[in-house]
Design a protein around this ligand. Structure first.
Ligand code: DAT
Ligand code: MG
Length: 151
């Protein structure tokens, strides 16, 4: 697998419930590296761009209302295979169906208020990273743990 960057967002429910540290801690303990991080109260237009693939679906208006209801924490996360690895850590969309051990499976019961967004493919990651971050906001550095995180 390649060294990748993915786009994660701790959603309004994660911030409101005080679970941002829990979520970031899981990413750090896994060995993933933060390349960018910021708190954003998302404007409606940006929310609609982010979730453009779901426009017209029955849950879209509720999704946008929820996503813009309170601040979120937007993260760029790096690591070998980080796009798929983060989707695995996040778990299935509905918290009631998500496996134990996953963020959604351990921390929630909701289908819509499911704590975290993660890019679902390399194409999505590229699109979403450029939507949320300027190049200058993504920080390149070598973590001293990398020799132990990877063999
Ligand atoms: P995911 O966030 O797991 O990638 P998705 O891209 O299919 O899921 O949907 C984006 C978000 O929209 C999801 O995190 C929660 C909400 N959502 C999806 N399907 C839904 C549904 N059937 N009812 C209510 N909300 C839904
Ligand atoms: Mg999705």
């Amino acid at each position: 697998a390649a060294f990748e960057t993915t786009l994660l967002i701790a959603k309004p429910d994660a911030v409101q419930r005080g679970l941002v540290g829990e979520i970031v801690g899981r990413l750090e303990r896994k060995g993933l590296q933060l390349a960018g991080m910021k708190l954003v109260h998302v404007p409606r237009k940006l929310a609609e761009q982010h979730y453009a693939e779901h426009a017209g679906k029955g849950f879209f208006d509720g999704l946008i209302a929820f996503f813009t209801s309170a601040p979120v924490v937007v993260m760029a996360v790096r690591g070998v295979g980080s796009i798929a690895v983060c989707r695995t850590l996040i778990g299935a969309t509905n918290g009631r169906l998500a496996a134990p051990g996953t963020i959604r499976g351990d921390l929630g019961l909701s289908g819509g208020h499911n704590l975290i967004h993660g890019s679902d493919s390399p194409e999505s990651a590229e699109r979403e990273l450029s939507l949320w971050f300027d190049d200058a906001e993504l920080i390149d550095y070598t973590s001293s743990s990398q020799g132990d995180v990877y063999d």
